[in-house]
Design a binder for this molecule. Structure first.
Ligand code: ZN
Length: 296
């Protein structure tokens, strides 16, 4: 089966694992928000940490509100174990026999994973999520966190969504975050944060802290990136979900962020640029730090 055919069949079977319409859409519409200073260069680039990170011994005010610029106060992540889950994987499309296999999702079974979506110009979600994950990893490690990645390359297949949750649980992570980007109809734009719903799954134990985490990540992400909350799903950027294996199976506080809509022109421009992806990583890092600071 060709790569293209594999992608199509997977899309039909499981969509983006996240939303109906993922990977679909018509030619992109104009963005409704402006984002100055965004590089238009696509590709992974280098995952260099921001020079403005406040080190664990830094002196920034931890009560400072998140902002679009200025130093990143990440002191609260020092000494914490954080799991970063970069959604999908670059090899998924070529191996439908693996990623279509059903795995436990906490309330039943669902496919191991999907291919993910891509921008209209062909920048894959899996490459985007991995690049952001590397940038986030660099920021958190610089600030003294122990970081566990659910995948360490963008060429292999998997792991399946149940394994991704198990990695966070096995690491006894203080917090875990799944990074994705959506493939909704092109007229919709903005980001949203998924949190687990109480559905009789292992995640029932961490519904409360995961909601707090969702709020912190939303606020910090919006402030740091300037990307507005979604115009097409969720309520003020928050979207509780009952059908996400990676959330249902987590027993550590966890959220999944759809960083923007890859099928929307404005969002795609931001997500495709290295400047945008660095801002995204910074927004996520601050969100985790604010959550951990509040959680003690
Ligand atoms: Zn995804």
């Amino acid at each position: 089966m060709s790569r293209v055919r594999a992608r199509l069949s997977l899309g039909l079977l499981a969509g983006c694992a996240l939303l109906a319409g993922c990977g679909a859409g018509t030619p992109a519409a104009a963005a409704h928000w402006a984002q100055p200073g965004t590089s238009s260069a696509a590709g992974p680039g280098s995952a260099s940490p921001s020079p403005s990170v406040v080190s664990p011994s830094g002196s920034a005010d931890p009560s400072r509100a998140p902002s679009a610029a200025g130093p990143l106060d990440l002191r609260a992540v020092g000494g914490k174990t954080i799991v970063i889950d970069a959604g999908h994987n670059g090899g998924n499309a070529a191996h439908p026999e693996i990623i279509n296999k059903l795995v436990p999702m906490g309330t039943g079974m669902k496919p191991c994973d999907t291919t993910g979506t891509e921008t209209n110009s062909g920048y894959p979600e899996a490459a985007f999520t991995f690049d952001v994950a590397l940038r986030l990893q660099a920021l958190l490690k610089q600030a003294g966190a122990t970081v566990v990645m659910t995948r360490t390359d963008n060429t292999s297949v998997g792991p399946c969504v149940d394994k991704r949750a198990a990695i966070g649980n096995g690491a006894h992570a203080a917090v875990a975050v799944s990074i994705h980007a959506d493939g909704a109809p092109s007229t919709g734009h903005g980001f949203h944060v998924m949190e687990p719903k109480k559905v009789g799954a292992p995640s029932d134990a961490i519904i409360g802290p995961s909601h707090q985490l969702a709020l912190k990540v939303r606020d910090s992400y919006r402030a740091r990136t300037g990307i507005p909350t979604s115009t097409y799903i969720g309520t003020d950027g928050i979207n509780p979900r009952a059908d996400m294996a990676g959330l249902n199976l987590s027993v550590v506080p966890k959220v999944l962020i759809e960083c923007g809509n890859m099928r929307n022109a404005g969002d795609a421009a931001f997500l495709s640029g290295t400047t945008g992806r660095q801002k995204i990583a910074e927004g996520l890092a601050v969100g985790l730090a604010v959550f951990l600071a509040a959680a003690g």
